[in-house]
Design a protein around this ligand. Sequence first.
Ligand code: GLN
Length: 263
Amino acid sequence: MKKKTLVLLLAMSMIFTFALGACSKSGGSGGDEGGDDATLKVVTEATFAPFEFTEDGSEEIVGFDVDMMNAIAEDQGLKIEWVNMEFDSLIPALESDQGDIICAGMNKLAGDRAEKADFGETYFESDLMLLVAADSDLSGIDAVTSDMKLASQIGTTGGDMVQEMAKEGKIAEGIVLNQWTDCYMQLQNGDVQGVIVDKPVGEAYLKAHSDIAKFAGDKFGDHEEFAFAVKKGNTELLDKLNTGLANLKESGKYDELVDKWFS
Ligand code: GLN
């Protein structure tokens, strides 16, 4: 009798051990689930032309960041898909495993971002500018008065700046909106006297709207370094992205994309 019980207990412990091992293999966070061939979610905010934007009512996201990250993914054998969301949802998306990579013209030097996500090598540099109506006599950011309103996008360096300026009483109101296109509309309608925007993005806007808007003054605020980001601790993925970017620069593909989107 005793022998039978022993064999039964041994068999049960072997089954239990096997089952435990099988569960841990299917675990993992973010893009790891399902093994190496999982599709990674690249999260972005697609009203930031020429980095990421949609055109003529299409859902398709295009732009420099899209071409660059697609080329990096191809170089590194990664499967990616693009997910459009509000800018201030991007880092929370990494933290909650709703996204695997941020590629959104995000300044890696700003605020506490680097405490919440791991940023890669810089892929573009920028500064902030003030966009005003073409007939405005505002000479620059230092000439704004306390009766004025400025707009920018929520959660961005420009958005933080207009809110800070309002808090300090430098302007009457700092309006932060979800989409850059809404900020431009506020300027066109005369609802705000200026929009704080990233220089290359303002330049893209002025290419098509120099009849109704212009830059006032020179760059201001902190110099920006755009970088992609991954969830804190995901060094394996970040190394792949950094290697892919280095390969793009080495092969000339990076310069080709800069010419395509910024010449
Ligand atoms: N470069 C700015 C930032 O990092 C704006 C980015 C954006 O609007 N996509 O906050």
